[in-house]
Design a protein around this ligand. Structure first.
Ligand code: PAF
Length: 284
């Protein structure tokens, strides 16, 4: 396993693999790796000759400086986990060389409406930051495949849009959410949950499952049913100690509000417990 911080060096190595006809799967991360990341790496290994994992806490995608400052850093632990699963390259760039123009001067990528709803509405600028970092990472690594988790469902749609907009020849693969035994979606942020918050957090998944069952139980669900379910779920989350930011029943391919159940749906939740913001979703 090679560990490289230098951008040029990483670029040359990946170009060499491509020149030799060896394919690359890429898993971009912000570190603090958990079993969810390892499942993405497993998939990446099944697809290509080389797996590249990046670890970079991208300052551009944090709308809240405190969130950035307390983002967990576990580099040594991450490196030993990656050595165990034997990836070809771990790319750990420094912010100063990744954004040589200075973080405040980066021209960010805007991708339209998909970036301004739901997560985008609650975290202004977040998806422009994600699109910008991922586009630069793609340029350095030049992967054939890039693997992302379905937990960040909207992010996955943003990345697909990015690839389309810039006609990038990269297969974007989404992987199912990896959950703890009680249903809590794995996330680097879970590390910050207190014992009691951790215990309560599984309620989000229970609520998602219960909305899913309720939708299935209605013969022809419509706008009013979806609105009722969104409201009652918000109330249930509040009663369980959360501060919900949204509970949204949306069309899976556009993330626009669901009007009926003609197309596949996704239920998305963002809610805070204490100071920790959790997101989750479930397909219907
Ligand atoms: O999902 C993440 O961890 C980040 O948003 C990503 C894709 C690595 C970009 O910084």
């Amino acid at each position: 396993m090679q560990v490289i911080s230098d951008i040029k060096e990483a670029q040359i190595l990946c170009q060499k693999w491509q020149d030799e006809g060896e394919s690359i799967s890429f898993v971009p991360t912000m570190g603090c790796l958990h079993d969810g990341h390892l499942s993405l790496i497993d998939k990446a290994k099944s697809l290509a000759d080389h797996v590249v994992v990046s670890i970079f806490v991208n300052p551009l995608q944090f709308d809240d400086i405190n969130d950035l400052l307390k983002y967990p850093g576990t580099l040594e632990d991450d490196r030993s986990k990656l050595a165990e699963v034997d990836v070809s390259l771990v790319f750990i760039p420094h912010a100063s060389s990744f954004y040589p123009e200075g973080e405040d001067n980066v021209e960010q990528i805007e991708l339209g409406e998909i970036t301004s709803i739901l997560e985008g509405a609650h975290r202004p600028g977040h998806f422009a930051g994600v699109a910008t970092v991922v586009k630069r990472l793609f340029k350095i690594i030049q992967p054939n495949f890039a693997i992302f988790g379905d937990k960040d469902f909207q992010q996955l749609m943003v990345i697909k849009q990015l690839v389309k907009k810039f006609s990038l020849d990269i297969n974007i693969i989404g992987m199912p959410i990896f959950r703890e035994n009680d249903g809590l979606a794995m996330s680097s942020r879970n590390i910050h949950l207190s014992k009691s918050e951790r215990k309560k957090s599984a309620e989000i998944y229970r609520q998602l499952e219960s909305v899913k069952s309720a939708i299935k139980a209605i013969a022809h669900p419509g706008l009013a049913d979806f609105a009722d379910l969104e409201q009652s779920t918000s109330k249930n989350l509040i009663a369980a100690g959360f501060t919900p930011e949204y509970v949204a029943i949306r069309q899976v391919d556009t993330l626009l509000p669901a009007k009926n159940h003609d197309s596949a749906l996704v239920i998305l939740v963002a809610a805070k417990i204490g100071k920790i913001r959790l997101i989750d979703n479930i397909l219907v």
